[in-house]
Design a protein. Sequence first.
Length: 252
Amino acid sequence: MLEKFKLDGKTAVVTGASRGLGAGIALALAEAGADIVAVDIGSTAETEEKVRALGRKALGVVANLSDRSTIPTVIAEGSKLTGHLDILVNNAGIIRRADFVDFTEKDWDDVMGINIDAVFFLSQAFVRHVLARQGTGKVINIASMLSFQGGIRVPSYTSSKSAVQGLTRLMANELASKGMNFNAIAPGYMATDNTAQLRADEARNKAILDRIPAARWGEPSDLMGTAVFLASAASDYVNGYTIAVDGGWLAR
């Protein structure tokens, strides 16, 4: 059974791979045997070094995914590593916080541009690459607790992450019959840059921890097993689903 979780011979593209959840997922896939194309707006040198230390190939691609013209470059450059791409992890994301009545057009557009527009166009380019070589592929989108809930003071983030869940289902409906899988991971409250403001607020931090049955913030390592499962043959009949990795938050 454990053979089904191995990713030997696979090449994975991971966006937002320089730190946090993206770096953790990239290393998890590398530990399972995949070569890694690490994509970020800045240097991914640290992630690349760690991947190579595991005995896998690594390639960094610097790209501002809010600029749609960079999308074809990511796929073209990434495919140079091994000649084929098999896994795409759409992890890159940003968040902006403000009251609904004060939320700016720029904060709306910036978040939507990364969190859903880039997910759609990069997934589309990846699928075209896989279909052109008559292969199979796995797409893993990073959703959120706010794919299920409304949240407060994050209208563009909530909207984008709700859209990620819907888009994941749509892609599965259209392309599952072509040997492809599209699923999402919805992290709970994770100790990353995106939640630094919440963790620094004593009252909000306590309120969040009081609701999590696991009684702690999640860490990037908590997503590693789920990411490997969804990227591997072990999940070949899982399609269009969003898995919450949340310490029990939604159960509460």
